[in-house]
Design a protein around this ligand. Sequence first.
Ligand SMILES: CC(C)(COP(=O)(O)OP(=O)(O)OC[C@H]1O[C@@H](n2cnc3c(N)ncnc32)[C@H](O)[C@@H]1OP(=O)(O)O)[C@@H](O)C(=O)NCCC(=O)NCCS
Length: 191
Amino acid sequence: MNAILGVSFFILGSLAVYIFQKKRFKKMTEEDFVCEVVQKAFLKETQSDHNEHNLVRALLKSDDFIKDLSLTAKFKGMIVGYILFTKVRVGEETLLTLAPLAVLPRFQKKGIGKSLIEKGHKVAKDLGYKGIVVLGHAEYYKKFGYEPASKWNIKCPIEVPDENFMAIELYPGALENISGTVQYAPEFGIN
Ligand SMILES: CC(C)(COP(=O)(O)OP(=O)(O)OC[C@H]1O[C@@H](n2cnc3c(N)ncnc32)[C@H](O)[C@@H]1OP(=O)(O)O)[C@@H](O)C(=O)NCCC(=O)NCCS
């Protein structure tokens, strides 16, 4: 008897959760799904202020936002990864910054981050940008050709370890003669 009651409660509970989730998903916009992925991805990151999803909401409305460089990765129609590149200024030049990159925890280590970075680099190059700066895991971004930005005398406006502030040229020699302190979109709140 108890077992039958238990199974019934379980089925009813699961159904209620399913209906609740379905209603919630129906109301959510693409922006909401993206922000949820970003928030969940950074949840266990120790070097995070856990505010990246709010930064994304702000950047989506920024003057420095580029629609073609806001990219999602999907699995069975569900957003599981996200990457955003926005404009930054270095002297007279407009470059890009990669921030953030996020993959849902259970989809990590499957090459999704890699494919988002590679797609982003291709689109950025096709749009005529010369280079990208990123503040992040040195070991990770090194895999995609990023090097310490100090190589070009490109500086972060805040004090960070040299190895974590990186840049990449989108074609050989693209960052030659570009140097100075990066000016981020005001939404980053770091200039
Ligand atoms: C960092 C993150 C985006 C990586 O995404 P992912 O889809 O798991 O990465 P990939 O599967 O494409 O990994 C590509 C390579 O990087 C390696 N890698 C993955 N995460 C790594 C990390 N944190 N540090 C170093 N290497 C890492 C993988 O092992 C793989 O190596 P391989 O090509 O030699 O096999 C993801 O772990 C994440 O969302 N983390 C939380 C948010 C975050 O830290 N974002 C980046 C801010 S700098």
